[in-house]
Ligand binder design. Structure first.
Ligand SMILES: C[S@@+](CC[C@H](N)C(=O)[O-])C[C@H]1O[C@@H](n2cnc3c(N)ncnc32)[C@H](O)[C@@H]1O
Length: 247
């Protein structure tokens, strides 16, 4: 299964993603756009979970996203946002029109050279790029166990997980990073449904998916913080990496 195959799994979901994926804390939008900007582009916007946080931070918010089902959810929820089908590698906007480009949970799907060239092209002079990821809080044992089922190949190094990330983006210099810790109250059902929207579950055979979900249920049944609970307190860590064009 290639990265392109995993990325393509997003083309078919929209409603499930909107229903079950976490949003973003207001603090992260305030941190990446401390002063109100004229125009922000949310790239790989999905159903608009970060986009909605940007509305109070900009005169105009534009969303670009390749998946029509995802964008249909965004248009329904946020009619005031200009929602365009497109990709990071071919952004359907003229040159130098955005003060801020945000990318939430999506940069790893982009082709880095082509995407960064396009982001530089649409950014106004002095414009900024913010890459944002919601991540699990490694201090939460039951959620970490579930992550190991979904991503068995990933490095399980708590020290690394707790460090603020550094990521090279071609043609950009990282000028800051922000971390926000927050707790989401989530039903057990939604937590399980959320795993079904994660690319490794979407790309698995039905049999493998059923086995993996059974393993996550077993984790919830076994842990004192989650067993026999309909509502779970799920900690998250949201990181934003901020860049300016130029190296
Ligand atoms: C995990 S979702 C994140 C959606 C949204 N930003 C959020 O945080 O909820 C990843 C998104 O990236 C989009 N995507 C994948 N490849 C892309 C590309 N080359 N250019 C732009 N978006 C892309 C997918 O369609 C999907 O909506």
């Amino acid at each position: 299964m290639t990265d392109a195959d995993l990325a393509a799994t997003f083309l078919s979901i929209g409603a499930e993603y909107e229903r079950s994926r976490p949003g973003f804390p207001v603090e992260i939008a305030a941190a990446v756009a401390p002063d109100r900007v004229k125009r922000v582009l949310d790239l790989g916007a999905g159903t608009g979970k970060l986009t909605e946080r940007l509305i109070s931070r900009a005169d105009e918010v534009i969303a670009v996203e390749p998946s029509e089902p995802m964008l249909a959810q965004l248009r329904r929820k946020l009619p005031q946002v200009r929602a365009l089908i497109g990709t990071a590698e071919a952004i359907p906007l003229p040159d130098a029109v955005c003060d801020l480009v945000t990318v939430a949970q999506a940069y790893h799907w982009f082709e880095p050279e082509a995407a960064s060239r396009e982001i530089r092209r649409v950014l106004a002079p002095d414009g900024r790029l913010a890459l944002i990821w919601n991540g699990p809080d490694p201090r939460c044992a039951w959620d970490s166990d579930a992550h190991r089922i979904a991503h068995p190949a990933e490095d399980d190094d708590d020290a690394d997980a707790q460090a603020l990330p550094v990521l090279d983006v071609p043609g950009f210099t990282q000028v800051g990073s922000i971390r926000v810790s927050w707790i989401e109250e989530i039903s057990r059902r939604t937590y399980l449904d959320r795993w079904l929207t994660v690319s490794t579950f979407l790309a698995a055979t039905e049999r493998a998916r059923t086995t993996m979900i059974g393993q996550v249920e077993a984790v919830l049944d076994a842990h004192p913080d989650t067993c026999q609970k309909d509502t779970l307190q799920l900690p998250h860590v949201t990181d934003a990496l901020v860049y300016e064009a130029g190296t």
